[in-house]
Design a protein around this ligand. Sequence first.
Ligand SMILES: *[C@@H]1O[C@H](CO)[C@@H](O)[C@H](O)[C@H]1NC(C)=O
Ligand SMILES: *[C@@H]1O[C@H](CO)[C@@H](O)[C@H](O)[C@H]1NC(C)=O
Length: 357
Amino acid sequence: MPSLIQSSLAILALSSSALGAYSIDKAFKFDVHSHVVPPIYKEALIKAKYPVDAATGLVFTDGFPVPDWTLANHIATMNTNGVNYSTISISAPGANFYAGQKNKMLTLVRSLNDAMASYTTQYPTRIGAMCILPLPYIEASIAEIVYCLDTLKFDGVGLYTNADGTYLGDRALDPVFDLLNARGATVFVHPSKPCSGSVSLGYPDPMIEYPFESVRAMENLLLTGQRSQYSNMSIIFPHGGGALPYLATRIAGLASLPFMGGLSVPDSLNQFKGYLFDTASSTSVVQLIAMKQFFGSVSGIVTGTDFPYVPQAQAAAGLASTKANGQFTDDEMGSINNANAFRVFPKVAAKLGFAIV
Ligand SMILES: *[C@@H]1O[C@H](CO)[C@@H](O)[C@H](O)[C@H]1NC(C)=O
Ligand SMILES: *[C@@H]1O[C@H](CO)[C@@H](O)[C@H](O)[C@H]1NC(C)=O
């Protein structure tokens, strides 16, 4: 179903652009993956006893330094990179460290959403926001979705691969998915650290655990049936889908065995192809070609920088080499730079004055 929907949307976009119903410069860059670090967030991390490096004053989460961040520098870096519009979110660990302390989590989440709202009101044509939720608290998360989408006019909702061990796909999350699905929401799933102990050998979780977290979430969404039940929402996974393009046929093959439920291989692969994957630190030849071969086109590839967590030198080099490394045509770059993102963020297109149909 998702792939059917995607291909008919692609045809719609094609025919409307052929009719000249809208024209967005192919170079217009829509970055679906950048982060903000509001001062209250850094304070909360320090209060929660994440380690602080004495020399730099940087706080480390998941074995990785949280970069210094300001809104002015965010906009300046967008300008340097030729990024026109960014959907901002809070990177892992989000507010997951307050699981078990409901009031503290709700207070932090609300302050973070209000902080992100203030950035979008300061730069409405440059910045949109993805809501952070107080998961695994279901009722509170539903209230936060309504607040963010209706009152704060956010572009979508941010989720993590797991919230205190509750992975996407867990049927406990169904009420949240019910609402997101009814809204046709677009969701950005950031990896968090694996819930089950230290598998990372003491290395930073972002290095390989984050990519496998994305795979784990997509695997669980497949095997619990949650994704097939809630197919009216768009879901972006970062970093080229983690290792999913490489592992998709293995997962689909295993899932087709009788003891796993005998799922149809083509259905499983189509479900995976209904996701969108961003290019943040996924711009090597191998990664870009794998994504295109996996989707069968570039329709699921969107631009991401992971600012400010990926150093600017790496992000800029990645943006600059995407076209050559993926051997993409100008039209394909237009899809990757903005058309695929506008397909799942139609309200942003409307806000910016781009008529989509
Ligand atoms: C997008 O950004 C580029 C580079 O900063 C700029 O030249 C262009 O005018 C922008 N496009 C729109 C539609 O704002
Ligand atoms: C799908 O999302 C749209 C909004 O994009 C909504 O109007 C529609 O009712 C949703 N459909 C279902 C089956 O929930």
